[in-house]
Ligand binder design. Sequence first.
Ligand code: VJV
Ligand code: CA
Ligand code: ZN
Length: 403
Amino acid sequence: SASCGDGRKRRVCYYYDPGIANVDYGADHNMVPRRVAMAHALVEKYGLLADMERLRVRPATEAELRAFHDDAYVRLLRDITPDAYHDGDLRDRARACRVGVPDPNEPEAGGAGAYIYDNPVIDGLWDYCLRYAGGSLAAARALVDGSSDIAINWSGGMHHACRGKASGFCYVNDIVLAIQELLKHFERVLYVDIDVHHGDGVEAHFKRESRVMTVSFHLYDIDRRGDKFFPGTGKAEDVGEGDGKYYTLNVPMKAGMDDERYQQLFRPIMDEVMEKFAPDAVVLQCGADSLYGDRLGEFRLSVKGHAGCVSYLRSFNVPLLLLGGGGYTVNHVASCWCYETAVAVGKEKEISDEIPFHGYEHYYKDQGYKLHFTVPKKNGNKKDDLIDKIKQDALMNLAMLKP
Ligand code: VJV
Ligand code: CA
Ligand code: ZN
């Protein structure tokens, strides 16, 4: 179609489950699943659903979660409820798995116990996990069976979850599950992570695997108090181990990354990865906390800058799985994932910058009711040696990959 950047239409499928949007991590928690309902309402009002097949799928099963997670952790996620937590046995098991109910009377801020604020025991937790994992599995299967070129699940992308414990707002690692599904059919799978946080859970699982290459772009920094930006991993020197050596690539960045500098890294690095690794499928975690103005992130990407990563990877014509992830300024997140849905179907030039009436329009007051919020220009040193250094480090690691 004429609307496609490179002239070729893609068959796109899309997963959205309104049950997920009602999940509540608790008052003041940064993670707000409603952002996915907001993105969906925009997608619908812009008429993009007509260009996609809607995946209506069953939730994942317990057995499907066990393809990655250990039995005791899966059982805990199944059994735990806010009420059951107060039973001593379940509480100890929950805490061992880093999920919990924050107790304001316990002075544990800063200690290991503080992690439970990140992963609270919430109403409907088990159902939530099964649904977002089910969406990513179904999306992966739509690529495996060849029915779609691009598959989307904005409620997935929970890259920190580990085999036996929750981490960083993530309970079940739908990305690992989806990649395992893709590996049943595709020889090589590339994972790219543009969330502002390091994709540690996915990297850890595949760091010894040469059929999966993981690439994470993230903020890597130590603040004034000496704390590392979460999760504190993802140095350029971490390149994988054993058979998987050099099949892990980390691109650590400083705060303040803007569109221009981000693309100065993303494009040449991804060109080299696509040529050297030649993946049969690509999974892109589109965490929107790398956008300007995020409540947790400290990058300065615009929606177009962020979506530039989607359109760039799309242009290689390899089956593409698009997942969500972080994103804590909900109006920015919804703008971004709606626009990226338009990029997937090749209609980004056709959708208006005026936010349509869709029930959430009041969230967009601060951005003048426009889809594209503005990123204020920052005056400062344009020429940046640091970017060159980061790029060189990445390209040196890639040079070690067998072609
Ligand atoms: O930095 C951390 C861990 C602590 C313990 C918990 N306290 C609250 C903060 C320090 C060491 N966790 C990070 C987790 C970030 C997860 C990002 C997830 C993703 O985007 O990559 C993918 C979905 C962190 N940063 C900020 C917070 N936690 C935070 C959590 C809260 C909160 C305020 C800040 C949880 C509840 C409430 N406020 C009420
Ligand atoms: Ca990342
Ligand atoms: Zn994040």
